[in-house]
Design a protein around this ligand. Structure first.
Ligand SMILES: Nc1nc2c(c(=O)[nH]1)N[C@H]1C(S)=C(S)[C@@H](COP(=O)(O)O)O[C@H]1N2
Ligand SMILES: [Mo]
Length: 335
């Protein structure tokens, strides 16, 4: 495959670093779109004084809509989705607080752009690329995926993003590239949670090369047809729906092709509780709780309180697509 002309291997000149304006034009965000989002939020703040409308149910944390998004028909779902409000107010993002309801507030003023991603390691094309350069020319698509946290709760979410494989191939990984290591942003001045040693910052994750190249792996840049909310990992994060949610590193600033299994935050912090593979497996319990079932946070209204317990599926329901990646592997040992 030929290298994309936008990705020429040289470090980008400062003049080409993504600005707020680039990012708006990348998403084809009209000024109207921004104003609509802002207007909605303002209307909500005004509360009961706002005229009853289709929005009267009250969306919070709204980000601007993405105009150029196509639903991938292979990943639509008949399942009830998790509401926007739940998806953006019940989050795991330790950089912005340990409690689920903290990231929505602590990440509120986080301004992701300009955002650059370093590509390094066992690949022919390396360097620093802007967010827009990284995914330029790859169609943004919407995919509904199940999302299962190792803490035994789950959601069903419509992500927007690009296949991870399409991005990785641009950098021409060499035959020595056996794993891909992802590093999140480390910036204590912008991420208040990093003032605490809850994890060895920055947050890091990794995949085996074949897992990274699997068509289910998504580099997500949005949620519900809107630009990725800060608390969900703006501007880009990993989604591997057959694995526990902690593999889905948010706020990625570096992607490195490596020969050996890389450091990964949860596995290296608590290896008895979190595996490197972290494939959803109802038969392997966490030492402190069962993984046989999950609290499913879907539905309208106050779904967080009305969640029902459902059985957990092997590979989170994606066994048909991914079980072949692990043929001959002891899935109990490699939890
Ligand atoms: N950088 C970073 N990425 C992260 C986390 C985190 O604390 N920091 N938490 C992980 C966990 S445990 C889960 S379940 C998902 C939660 O994603 P969501 O808030 O969009 O549901 O993000 C994952 N990615
Ligand atoms: Mo999680």
């Amino acid at each position: 495959m030929r290298a994309d002309p936008a990705i020429d291997g040289r470090d980008i000149p400062p003049s080409e670093i993504t600005t707020e304006a680039d990012y708006k034009s990348f998403y084809q965000l009209s000024r109207r779109g921004f104003l609509q989002a802002a207007g909605l939020a303002a209307g909500l703040a005004a509360g009961a004084t706002a005229t009853a409308s289709v929005f009267a149910t009250g969306f919070k944390n709204l980000s601007p809509p993405i105009q150029n998004l196509v639903k991938n028909p292979n990943f639509v779902s008949a399942q009830e989705l998790t509401t926007w409000n739940d998806a953006t107010s019940y989050n795991n993002y330790y950089e912005f607080g340990l409690d689920k309801d903290e990231p929505q507030f602590q990440a509120k003023d986080f301004a992701p752009f300009p955002w650059n991603i370093e590509i390094a390691g066992e690949c022919e094309v390396k360097g620093t690329f802007s967010f827009a350069q990284l995914i330029k020319g790859i169609a943004l698509e919407e995919r509904v995926y199940r999302h299962r946290c190792v803490e035994a709760w789950s959601m069903v979410l419509p992500w927007a993003g690009v296949p991870l494989a399409d991005v990785l191939k641009r950098f021409k990984p060499t035959s020595k590239a056996k794993y891909v290591a992802f590093t999140a942003l480390k910036d204590r001045s912008r991420m208040p949670g990093q003032n605490y040693a809850s994890l060895d910052w920055p947050y890091r994750e990794g995949l085996r090369m074949d897992e990274a190249m699997h068509p289910l792996s998504l580099l997500a840049t949005g949620l519900y047809g809107r630009v990725m909310p800060n608390q969900n990992g703006a501007p880009l994060r990993l989604i591997t729906p057959w694995k526990y949610g902690f593999k889905g590193v948010k706020g990625i600033v570096k992607i490195e092709f490596v020969e050996r299994q890389p450091f990964t935050s949860w596995n290296d912090t608590a290896p008895d509780e979190y595996g490197f593979y972290a494939n959803v497996n109802p038969k392997v319990d966490h030492p402190r709780w069962s993984q046989a079932s999950e609290r499913k946070l879907t539905g309208s209204g106050f779904s967080l309180f009305r969640s029902k317990r459902v059985e957990t599926l092997p590979f989170n329901g994606y066994a048909r697509q991914v079980a072949g990646l692990y043929t001959g592997m002891d899935l109990r040992a490699n939890f």
